[in-house]
Design a protein around this ligand. Structure first.
Ligand code: AMP
Length: 281
């Protein structure tokens, strides 16, 4: 596995990889952007990229511009050596591991999240978060120019906004959504789960169980969004709730669940940790 920190060196390397196979055409590149502290969720993205592409590039970059002042940028878990091992064992071809100065200069060109979709849900509680996400993903996609890039459905709003960006800016990468990986008790894997105390870890299970409750209501043909949200709020108990929403795949409010076109999203705070989760129905 090659480890590269310079964007220009990575571009050159990928160009060389493609030239090396002559006129048979370009190698397909699968790209998995991450912020490190890798877990099975990230590994499932890498596996899918391996299945679908000839070359797999993973990036590890703790992007400062998507953190608001006072958020957890400084204490975000860092596991550089373990991450490198995971990538190597997962068959990653190139690990892109840039420093902040490799990605950002001074007096930067930036992207803005769309005024509506970028400022609801997580964008409402973290204004400017998605400007940082879109800016860095745009930069990374321009450096790697992958055939396909892999994003988790767990971060549904992020996935939606990145898909919108790629479409609206006529970019050449296919965005591939990947299902959420969970612990056996239902908790969605997240690098931030390490912040949870053992008591909070138990509290956190209310998030996935509220989603299971919603899913079983839909199974009984109870499709009314208000009823579902009410039941979910009940099962979330006294957790601090940022939102519980029933939306279609375009992130518009739904009065009734439409099978095949619905995401139910929830975000809560447990202790000091934000947890987000969702189900796609
Ligand atoms: P992060 O390192 O948290 O920025 O995540 C990098 C990528 O992994 C994003 O596309 C996430 O949506 C995805 N991801 C994070 N957690 C999970 C999970 N539990 N299952 C599947 N994908 C995930």
């Amino acid at each position: 596995m090659k480890i590269i920190s310079s964007p220009l060196e990575l571009k050159e390397y990928l160009k060389g990889e493609n030239n090396s196979i002559g006129f048979q055409g370009s190698k397909s590149i699968g790209f998995v952007p991450t912020m490190g502290a890798l877990h099975q969720g990230h590994i499932s993205l890498i596996k899918k990229a391996k299945e679908q592409n000839e070359l797999v590039v993973v990036s590890i970059f703790l992007n400062p511009t998507q953190f608001l002042k006072g958020e957890d940028l400084d204490k975000y878990p860092k596991k550089d050596e373990a991450d490198k091992k995971i990538c190597k064992l997962s068959g990653v071809d190139v690990l892109f591991f840039p420093h902040v100065e490799d990605i950002y200069g001074t007096d930067e060109v930036t992207l803005s999240a769309p005024n509506v979709r970028g400022y609801v849900l997580e964008g409402n509680s973290r204004p400017s978060h998605f400007n940082g996400v879109l800016t860095v993903v745009m930069k990374l996609l321009n450096i790697v120019t992958p055939t396909r890039a892999y994003f988790g459905k767990k971060d549904a709003q992020q996935l939606n906004l990145i898909s919108l960006m790629v479409k609206q800016l006529f970019m050449n990468t296919q965005i591939v959504p990947v299902d959420t990986v969970r612990e056996s008790d239902g908790l969605a894997l997240s690098s931030r789960n390490v912040y949870l105390s053992s008591k909070e870890r138990v509290e956190a299970l209310k998030v996935s169980s509220s989603l299971r409750a919603a899913s079983s209501m839909v199974g009984k043909n109870i499709l009314d969004s208000k009823e579902i949200v009410k039941e979910m709020r009940k099962s979330l108990g006294d957790l601090e709730i940022f939102y519980v929403e029933v939306l279609n795949l375009d992130f518009e409010q739904l009065l009734h669940v439409e099978i095949g076109n619905t995401i139910i999203l929830v975000e809560v705070r447990v202790g000091t940790t934000r947890l987000l989760d969702n189900i796609w129905l």
